[in-house]
Ligand binder design. Structure first.
Ligand code: CP
Ligand code: NVA
Length: 285
C-alpha cells in the first residue's frame, strides 16, 4: 500500500482515507523526519496531527495510565518517541487506541518500514538481498534486522567487538524470522563484498551523548567511505536513517554520491507511515 499511496501522491491524488481522524504525536526526544512525515502524511489522508511536547506532562503531571486512558478518548492513534522503550509499552498497555513506536532506545520500526520500501524500489524482489549495517547494535539496526529477517533478506552487522547484539538479543531478533542469515563481524571490508545495501547510523544515539568521544575512537575504522563502497559491488546502494554526522560514520563523498539513496529513503518514511496509519485505523489494508 505504501507504493500505491506514493504513486497516487505523485499523480496529484490524495485519497481522504483518514478524514477527520486525529493522530497524537508524543515526543520526548527531538525529531525532524518522524514528526514531519507523520504530520504531513496524516494531513494528506484528510486527518490531523497534534504535536504534544513535554508541557502536556505525561509521566510527570499524572501517571502514564491516567494520561494514556484519557488521551485515547480524544484521538484515533498515538505515535510516541521516548527514551525508554518501556514508556511506549506502558502507553500502549493503557491506551484504547493503537500506539505506534516512533523510536525508543530499543527500536525504530517506522524507520525499518521505509528502509525495506527503499530497497524494494531499488531491486524489486527483496528475498535473497544482503544488507550490511556498519554501526552498533542499536535501535535502528535492531528494527532493520527484524524487518530483513521477516522478508528473507540477509543481514550483517559490522562493528567493533563489544558493540554487537548479545547472543540473547540475537536470538530475540531471529525469533519468528524462519531461516534468517544474520551474521555479526568486525570485518566490514569483507562483509560488503556481496552487499546490495550498505547502511550506517550515528555512532552515539540520542541519550548516549556521554559516550560520544569513546565511540568516536572505537568506531574510527568503521566509517562508510569511498574505499568501503569500492569494496562492494557497483550496484550496492548507500542508506542512512539520518540525521548523519558527516565526516564521522559517513563521508560527504558517499552520502552525496551516486550510490546514495538517503533522500529517497527519508521521503519513504512518509509513504510507509501513511500505509501504516491506514492499516491501523482506516479499516482496510
Ligand atoms: N530517522 C529519523 O527518525 O529522523 P528524526 O530523528 O529526524 O525523526
Ligand atoms: N540511532 C539514532 C537514530 C536517530 C533517528 C538515535 O537513536 O539517535
Amino acid at each position: 500500500m505504501s507504493g500505491q499511496l506514493k504513486s497516487e501522491l505523485a499523480a496529484g491524488q490524495r485519497p481522504p482515507l483518514l478524514q477527520n481522524h486525529n493522530l497524537a504525536l508524543l515526543f520526548e526526544k527531538p525529531s525532524m523526519r518522524t514528526r514531519v512525515s507523520f504530520e504531513s502524511g496524516i494531513s494528506q489522508l484528510g486527518g490531523h496531527a497534534l504535536y504534544l511536547g513535554q508541557d502536556v506532562g505525561w509521566g510527570k503531571r499524572e501517571s502514564i495510565k491516567d494520561f494514556s486512558e484519557v488521551l485515547s478518548e480524544y484521538v484515533d492513534v498515538i505515535a510516541c518517541r521516548s527514551y525508554k522503550h518501556e514508556t511506549v509499552e506502558q502507553l500502549a498497555r493503557f491506551s484504547s487506541v493503537p500506539v505506534i513506536n516512533a523510536l525508543t532506545d530499543y527500536s525504530h520500526p517506522c524507520q525499518a518500514l521505509a528502509d525495506v520500501l527503499t530497497i524494494q524500489e531499488e531491486f524489486g524482489r527483496l528475498e535473497g538481498r544482503h544488507v550490511i549495517f556498519v554501526g552498533d547494535a542499536n535501535n535502528v539496526s535492531r528494527s532493520l534486522a527484524i524487518a530483513c529477517g521477516k522478508l528473507g533478506v540477509r543481514f550483517t552487522l559490522a562493528c567493533p567487538d563489544g558493540y554487537r547484539f548479545s547472543d540473547a538479543e540475537k536470538l530475540e531478533i531471529e525469533a519468528g524470522c524462519g531461516t534468517f542469515q544474520f551474521t555479526q563481524t568486525n570485518d566490514a571490508l569483507s562483509a560488503v563484498a556481496d552487499a546490495d545495501a550498505i547502511y550506517t547510523d550515528v555512532w552515539a544515539s540520542m541519550g548516549q551523548e556521554k559516550e560520544q568521544k569513546q565511540r568516536e575512537q572505537d568506531f574510527a575504522d568503521f566509517q562508510v567511505n569511498q574505499a568501503l563502497m569500492e569494496a562492494a559491488p557497483e550496484h550496492a546502494i548507500f542508506l542512512h536513517c539520518l540525521p548523519a554526522k558527516r565526516g564521522q560514520e559517513v563521508t560527504d563523498e558517499v552520502i552525496d554520491g551516486t550510490q546514495s539513496r538517503v533522500v529517497r529513503q527519508a521521503g519513504n518514511r512518509m509513504h510507509a507511515q501513511k500505509a501504516l496509519l491506514v492499516w491501523l485505523i482506516g479499516g482496510q489494508n
